[in-house]
Structure formats: C-alpha cells, structure tokens
Ligand binder design. Structure first.
Ligand SMILES: [Fe+2]
Ligand SMILES: [Fe+2]
Length: 205
C-alpha cells in the first residue's frame, strides 16, 4: 500500500470514528428530550383532566392550580420540542391521558406530588447531567427551566393537599410563558427563573 493511500485510509477511519462518537454523544440528550417531551405532554393532559374533576368536586382553588400546572407543562413540552429541533429531531411522540385513569382530587393530588417529586429529584437532575456532559445548550436550558418549575409544582401540590378544603377561596395563578414558573395569588415583578417581566405572565383562573 502506498504511503499516500495509507494516509487517506487512516484519515477516513479517523473521520468516521469522530462522526460515530458525535452521533453517539448526542443520543443520550436526544433520548432524554424525547422522554421528557412525552412526560410533559402527558402531564399537560393529565392535569387538565384533574382540574375538571376538582371543579366538579367543588375544589375550585385546586382546579385552578391543576389548570395552571397544565399550562406550565405545555410550556416545558414546547421548550423540549424546540431543543430537539435544534438537534435535528422533528415530531417527537406526544403523550395522552385517559380520563378513566383519574381518581378523586385527594388521590389526584397525591399522584401529582409523586410525579413532580420524581421529576425534580431524579429525572431532570439526571437529564441535566447528560446534557451538560454532551454540552447541548438548548437542552441544558430546557431541562433547567423544567427542573426549577417542578420544584414549585411539588411545593404547591403539597400545600394544597395539606389544606384540602372546599372552602378555600380560589385565587389567580400566574404562569411564565418562557419557563413555566407558576405563582399563586401574587406574581413577582419578574420571573425568578428566567427573568421574564410580569406583564407577560399568563393569568389562569
Ligand atoms: Fe410540573
Ligand atoms: Fe420564567
């Protein structure tokens, strides 16, 4: 084999290996984003169902909380989808939620706490670590926003379950359209997670 041919073959091998590593490196974040998108679209649908049940059972304030969280989860889903698009992935699989799976408001709150706790303690910290390792900036931001907001949701649902009452006066909830941050009753001047101004917040009743 001539020296020139040997050099070309080695170069091709090297390039192929680099491409393979790059593809492999991206796959963890892509898989995480797909899973997170499926989870957030499911949560969005589920909380909308839980809100209707809470309304029917007379828990007006909790119905608003579920509606606000449903909006927030759709914002997380949109952010994950955008991050996937940046990585060349389109049309990720969206989740659904069958209304028949819903229970009473007390049980639905327990289920919501379980889901949010898993997301804030296990799922998003792990995904964030993967995205940082692979240096995928869009995914890092999307996971980071979701992680911080799921902490808020876990706290809001926990407080709601503790003081479960049909007599609680319903208050407005505010959702940041950029990161999904969810505020009960009073909205800060700007979002503590992403800095968006209060005027842009979505008011949920
Ligand atoms: Fe959430
Ligand atoms: Fe925000």
């Amino acid at each position: 084999m001539s020296r020139k041919l040997l050099f070309s073959t080695a170069l091709i091998c090297l390039i192929s290996f680099a491409n393979l590593s790059a593809t492999h490196a991206a796959s963890k974040t892509v898989n995480d984003l797909r899973a997170a998108y499926l989870g957030e679209t499911t949560a969005h649908a589920k909380y909308a169902v839980y809100a209707k049940i809470a309304d029917k059972e007379g828990y007006k304030d909790i119905a608003r909380l579920f509606r606000a969280a449903s909006v927030a989860e759709s914002i997380h889903a949109r952010n994950h989808k955008r991050a996937l698009e940046q990585l060349g992935v389109r049309n990720p699989k969206a989740g659904e939620f069958a209304a028949s799976k819903a229970k009473t408001t007390r049980q639905n709150l327990q289920d919501a706490i379980k889901g949010e706790t898993y997301e804030k303690n296990i799922m998003y910290p792990g995904m964030l670590k993967d995205a940082r390792q692979e240096d995928k900036q869009g995914a890092i931001q999307s996971f980071s926003f979701a992680l911080q907001v799921e902490r808020q949701h876990a706290a809001l649902y926990t407080a709601a379950l503790k003081s479960l009452s049909k007599n609680t006066r319903p208050v407005n909830y505010y959702v940041c359209p950029v990161c999904g941050s969810t505020f009960r009753n009073v909205a800060p001047r700007s979002c503590p997670v992403c800095g968006t101004a209060r005027e842009k917040f979505i008011s949920v009743r």
